[in-house]
Design a binder for this molecule. Structure first.
Ligand code: ADE
Length: 217
């Protein structure tokens, strides 16, 4: 899968140089391209924003550099283009799985007070929020999308790791334990040491149901 990220702050994407995402990139499962759309402004002072029509605090990102950048990096509109904004429906695990089936994603990171709506209307397929809170820009949301989607790209993590995890089948995951059997006076539930596979499966399912009910009500 290819993911193109349009941002004014390409240096913010250092986390994508590490861990599983780094490995996925090195192995060729994931190709990540980060493009500074300031390079596409026609303004002689390299400005990419302007005051808002109708007034209000803060600047608005202009349509021109965004539209020209999108046209340059995805001229035939083969990418699925997403604008990250808090004013959108929230990303879910089901949507993550759907997005992982696309061959090319293009993510636009907004900043300041917003983006000229015409850039979104002209160029984008979808608007997405990562949660009901406001961040300073779309860079962290873009990394959330990359990380969540990459897990479902073939070869990135083992298929077994994608089973029985939180948010698949609408359930949250049961607790996990590793050695030692006792740590600071706390022991591992006996059933997990019993070797009784059916009893272990039942305990995990019951715990999963209990935690899901506790969290979701
Ligand atoms: N930009 C700022 N806050 C955001 C959010 N919650 N989701 C997506 N993009 C954002």
């Amino acid at each position: 899968m290819k993911i193109t990220i349009l941002s004014l702050f390409p240096q913010m994407f250092a986390p994508l140089e590490h861990s599983i995402i780094r490995r996925a990139r090195d192995a060729g499962h994931l190709q990540i391209e980060i493009v500074d759309f300031r390079d596409y402004t026609t303004d002689k002072h390299r400005r990419v924003d302007d005051i808002a029509f109708g007034g209000g605090a803060g600047m608005v990102l202009s349509a021109q550099p965004i539209v020209d950048c999108v046209m340059a990096v995805d001229p035939n509109h083969t990418a699925h283009r997403i604008f990250l904004t808090p004013a959108a429906k929230t990303l879910t695990q089901d949507r993550v799985v759907e997005l992982s089936k696309k061959s090319h994603l293009l993510l636009l990171c907004g900043h300041y007070e917003g983006v000229d709506q015409r850039a979104i209307d002209l160029c984008f397929d979808e608007v997405l929020s990562i949660g009901e809170y406001v961040l300073t820009g779309g860079e962290i949301p873009a990394m959330v999308v990359v990380d969540a989607v990459a897990r479902y790209v073939d070869g990135v993590i083992s298929p077994e790791s994608l089973e029985n995890e939180s948010h698949t089948n609408g359930m949250l995951e049961h607790p996990q334990y590793t050695r030692p059997r006792e740590f600071r006076g706390l022991t591992v539930p006996d059933v997990l040491l019993s070797g009784n596979h059916a009893a272990i499966k039942k305990w995990q399912a019951d715990e999963s149901a209990r935690i899901t009910k506790q969290i979701r009500g």
